[in-house]
Design a protein around this ligand. Sequence first.
Ligand code: PLP
Length: 396
Amino acid sequence: MNEKFQGMMRTELDRLEREGLSVRIRTLDSEQGPACTIDGKYVVNLAANNYLGIIGRKDVKEAAKRAIDEFGVGSGAVKTIIGNTRLIVEGEKKLAAFKQVEDVLMYQGGLTANSGTIPALVHEGDFIFSDELNHASIIDGCRLSKAKIIPFKHCDTKSLQEKLAEHEHEPGTKFVVTDGVFSMDGDIAPLPDIVETARKYDAVTMVDDAHGEGVLGDHGRGIVNHFHLEGEIDVEVGTMSKAFGVVGGYVAGTHALVQYLKNKSRTILFSSTITPADAGAILKVVDILTESDELVHKLWDNATYFKGKMKEYGFNTWRSETPITPVIIGDGKLAKDLSSRLFEKGVFAQSLGYPTVPKELARIRCMLCSAHTKEQLDFAADMFRESAIELGILKG
Ligand SMILES: Cc1ncc(COP(=O)(O)O)c(C=O)c1O
């Protein structure tokens, strides 16, 4: 054991603890639903990305079980060796039809989709124009590519245009990448303007639809459908780990893009595929969404209801336009205290502080789900109000 190395880690952990930045990882003791048992306590759950309540659905669980019975529990290898089960192939076809694209390639998650796709498409000598609030997995993908990374101001197409213009006459691919829905603020990228701006400079466009999948667009088809931009975006990335309730990711686009990534993407070539259970569940979820948009409507109804109630109580929900509802507290310690107080009262909502969000914008992020009942949402909002008054955040 290298003592110096161990000591370096202990020192850093002590600092994180002292500054209140150390992660606190809770343990889920039950199936995850709109309410569940965490660390032995039954709480209303406002922390999950399970937007459509899929995790606990009987028909999806049954589809996953059937997949296990037919194909076993693991994928056994990467896609290009023997990990490409028939379920994955069918899932890619179904998802392509649902997303109204030529082709889809399944990844193991949104992170591996981003970190495996971007470096396969752009390289040293190219330019990536990236929204300054893009998700960490996009940032990692950009760094791995060795292209020059040029951040533009958040959701600001004027800033994007200026940056593109500065590099207009330099050789190399120009690649514009943005989150669709921003995971910390819940706002939506101005995708039509981004596409138009990119086109002026002959740039390639990529959107990460992780939080738009199952949430935005007709039947939850995502941000591209929401803005009627079918056929306009070069690369669409998404995850199955949020609204779809399982684990997995994908890239959607042309046959050429998918075929290219099968040959070039390192997370396809060097990491095993999703499990049969995940693939079986994905097939079922696409069927559910294709058949009905009821869950998507319920989700938005709940989100509007909860946000309205929180605003009425005097909370600041920032620039949220989606079911991601940040409640801005300001001070990091106070946000943590509020989250702990809420937990004691039976509500689980995660606090987020620096460096995940700016120091002065610490918050509690509330994630709404179609399966929440109005009673659960009333209870959660009331506990927010009661706790915030107790901590001096709101006036009584
Ligand atoms: C915008 C965005 N992209 C990608 C990911 C990663 O997805 P996954 O959990 O499937 O790896 C996340 C998850 O937090 C995300 O919010």
